[in-house]
Design a protein around this ligand. Structure first.
Ligand SMILES: [Fe+2]
Length: 195
């Protein structure tokens, strides 16, 4: 019989009933409110902007959490979120969403504005000396959930327009850790099975 030595994955679905035009308008109003203004800090917070708490933006978070809870694990919900506006000729540095002290959990990205060649998301990691790389072409309405520890970057936007994505992280309360071990749903298919 087969059993994994190691496997992890991503969950992809298409969201409908999201007002992408309104989200884009709301996000662009906050365009210059970056999570970190220090360009020399060497992290990706200078590339991320605050996520507005408007009706359209809040509805997206509710819909993302509904998918996570119905399809992956019912104890998980989003605890932070931000917007990412990628201008033509920009790319995003490789990074993870790892939080020191927290167990592996879920990260997600949703695309509200894309163009052909606006920059694929690429996940890249190594197991010993084997390089593992996988990418997806962003499309409006696509939600991708992936392991928070998985390194990823965005290829250069070579379209003539901006690309807008919303990202977040989802975790469970510590009081539910025991319940999760009893009823993990699809959690370990995303964050990883070892053994
Ligand atoms: Fe990211």
């Amino acid at each position: 019989m087969y059993s994994p030595i190691f496997m992890c994955g991503k969950f992809i679905t298409q969201l409908s009933n999201i007002d992408n035009d309104q989200i884009n308008e709301d996000v662009l109003l906050r365009k210059n409110m970056k999570l970190d203004d220090d360009e020399t800090a060497g992290n990706t917070f200078t590339e991320d902007s605050y996520y507005p708490e408007t009706e359209a933006c809040s509805k997206l978070i509710q819909e993302v959490d509904k998918v996570i809870q119905e399809k992956i694990n019912k104890y998980f919900s989003t605890y932070n979120q931000w917007a990412h506006i990628l201008e033509p000729n920009e790319s995003t540095m490789i990074h993870t969403h790892d939080s020191p002290g927290l167990p592996s959990h879920l990260s997600w990205v949703y695309y509200s504005k894309t163009e052909p060649n606006c920059g694929n998301i690429v996940w890249q990691t190594t197991i010993h000396n084997k390089m593992i790389s996988m990418e997806e072409t962003p499309k409006v309405g696509t939600l991708i959930v992936f392991p928070n520890w998985m390194p990823h970057f965005t290829k250069k936007n070579i379209s003539n327009d901006i690309r807008i994505s919303i990202s977040g992280n989802a975790k469970a309360d510590e009081k539910d850790y025991g319940n999760i071990m009893k009823d993990p749903g699809g959690l370990f298919e995303v964050v990883g099975h070892a053994g």
